[in-house]
Design a protein around this ligand. Structure first.
Ligand code: FDA
Length: 305
């Protein structure tokens, strides 16, 4: 049943008509629990509040699967606006973004042009930028774009997904760049041809790449809500005397807030991924796919006056 629901929500997450409709009607169905708001002003207020609790942030102007150059440029302008807000307001925040929102499906020139503008603004404002990882069909292209940008800029990192078979090799290939990587389990619907179908295999691979990246001496963001993975990381850094400034934990806005604060209290760096904007639909559907309890929460919200 859980798998069926997961597949259903991941299927819905790609529906373009529903994405358009959602943009028109604003944050609905409890999406506000996971999305900071539709405007940068709202997001800034949320970040200030998180920063006041010693939680650091990565902000994401929501958008994905864009197939027209003007829209991709507008997306990049919005990310630059977010970077400028971080600088102006002195926020402890990085930026995250998706390559399909920058024109990955249009051409390399478009995506690289937009990313260079963003990374220049980010450099001026001392902001680090993480390239989110999307579905498997875009993985190689995203890694290629990352490698190109990393050879030009220091302030850029990307994401590696533990559920893909190719991941271990990718980590080996990327090591020469000493990359700052966010490690995740992976959020998209992938076929067993390319990704581990069993959760236990994904978890094992997740542990393996956390260890690999940390022991290679690279900065590692362990992005998970899973206590088992958090405990594993804590033990590992203790065993190998890895300093607290070589890694951080990351979680999504609205998920396990108490745990986030607990980790801060224990002295760990804890970064919250804060999405905002009108294109919340795909992001929201993937959160529902991850956890049936989130669906119950949404249903309650739908029927509450
Ligand atoms: P998983 O979903 O396996 O949950 C394991 C356990 O965690 C649960 O059994 C429960 O104990 C606990 N848990 C989870 N949610 C909970 C909740 N709401 N309340 C209480 N307990 C809960 N993916 C991707 O493909 N590309 C990307 O770029 C990113 N980026 C990204 C950034 C950040 C900061 C995060 C945290 C995640 C991503 N992801 C992502 C998403 C990621 O791939 C993955 O889908 C989710 O994090 C869910 O996997 P978990 O590791 O949290 O554990």
């Amino acid at each position: 049943m859980e798998q069926l629901m997961r597949d259903f929500f991941l299927f819905l997450s790609k529906n373009k008509a529903l994405t358009k409709l959602a943009k028109k009607y604003g944050l609905r169905f409890g999406a506000a629990r996971f999305v900071a708001g539709e405007t940068i002003e709202r997001a800034v207020n949320v970040i200030k509040d998180l920063n006041s609790k010693d939680l650091v942030v990565t902000i994401d102007y929501l958008g994905e699967f864009i197939d027209n150059e003007a829209e991709a440029k507008e997306m990049a302008d919005n990310s630059i606006q977010a970077i400028q807000a971080i600088g102006r307001e002195n926020l402890r925040s990085q930026l995250s973004l998706k390559m399909t929102s920058m024109g990955l499906d249009i051409s390399d020139d478009v995506v690289l042009g937009n990313m260079r503008r963003i990374l220049e603004a980010a450099k001026e404002n001392n902001v680090f930028v993480t390239i989110d990882m999307e579905d498997y069909s875009r993985c190689q292209k995203t890694i290629d774009i990352f490698k190109q940008l990393k050879s030009e800029y220091d302030n850029v990192g990307t994401v590696i997904q533990a559920y893909l078979y190719r991941t271990e090799q990718d980590m080996k290939d990327l090591n020469e760049y000493s990359p700052n990587l966010r490690l995740v389990k992976g959020a998209y619907k992938e076929s067993p041809e390319v990704a581990f179908p069993e959760k236990s295999d994904v978890d094992d691979n997740f542990k393996k790449i956390i260890k690999m990246h940390l022991l290679n001496g690279n900065y590692t963001a362990v992005a998970t809500h899973d206590d088992a993975m958090i405990e594993y990381t804590k033990q590992l850094v203790k065993e190998h005397n890895i300093p607290n400034d070589q890694f951080e934990f990351q979680m999504l806005y609205g998920i396990r807030t108490e745990k986030q604060l607990e980790l801060v209290k224990e002295g760990y760096k804890m970064r919250v991924y804060v999405p905002y904007g009108t294109d919340w639909y795909g992001y929201f559907m993937r959160r529902l796919a991850e956890r049936p309890a989130n669906v119950a929460f949404v249903l309650k919200g739908m029927f509450k006056k």
